[in-house]
Design a protein around this ligand. Structure first.
Ligand code: DGP
Length: 116
């Protein structure tokens, strides 16, 4: 995708703080971290969101979940972490290249709406 910021990061056209890379997966530090460990894990292939996972492209999703525990430990979240993928406008997805936030490195609030 010509205008996709994460495709450009995967290609090395935009710099990133790489944490992990293999043939199918790229992981890098979020530019706006919300915890001591905040890493984005993306398929190298452009998939816009979770809504666009199909039987043809889903192999990379299992690969992502195989390597997330390694990536979390590399990022300093060995004591626990959370994986989030925002999908669509109500979830606040701002970059339309599928990505999984791996967040940890501290004790995380249990609830999406902490005031509840
Ligand atoms: P989401 O709201 O789930 O679509 O999250 C997108 C995340 O991507 C957000 O936490 C900030 C991050 N981000 C956006 N642009 C860049 C960038 O150019 N570099 C890095 N490292 N992260 C970015």
């Amino acid at each position: 995708m010509n205008d996709c910021i994460f495709c450009k990061i995967v290609a090395g056209d935009i710099p990133s703080m790489k944490v992990y890379e293999d043939e199918y997966v790229y992981a890098f530090k979020d530019i706006n971290p919300e915890a001591p460990c905040h890493i984005l894990v993306v398929p190298k292939e452009h998939i816009a969101s979770m809504d666009d996972i199909t039987p043809e492209n889903s192999g990379v999703i299992s690969r992502i979940f195989e390597v997330i525990p390694i990536i979390a430990r590399m990022g300093g979240a060995g004591n626990g972490y959370r994986v989030i993928s925002n999908c669509g406008p109500d979830a606040g997805q701002s970059v339309f290249h599928l990505h999984f936030h791996v967040i940890g490195g501290c004790e995380l609030p249990l609830h999406v709406f902490p005031e509840k």
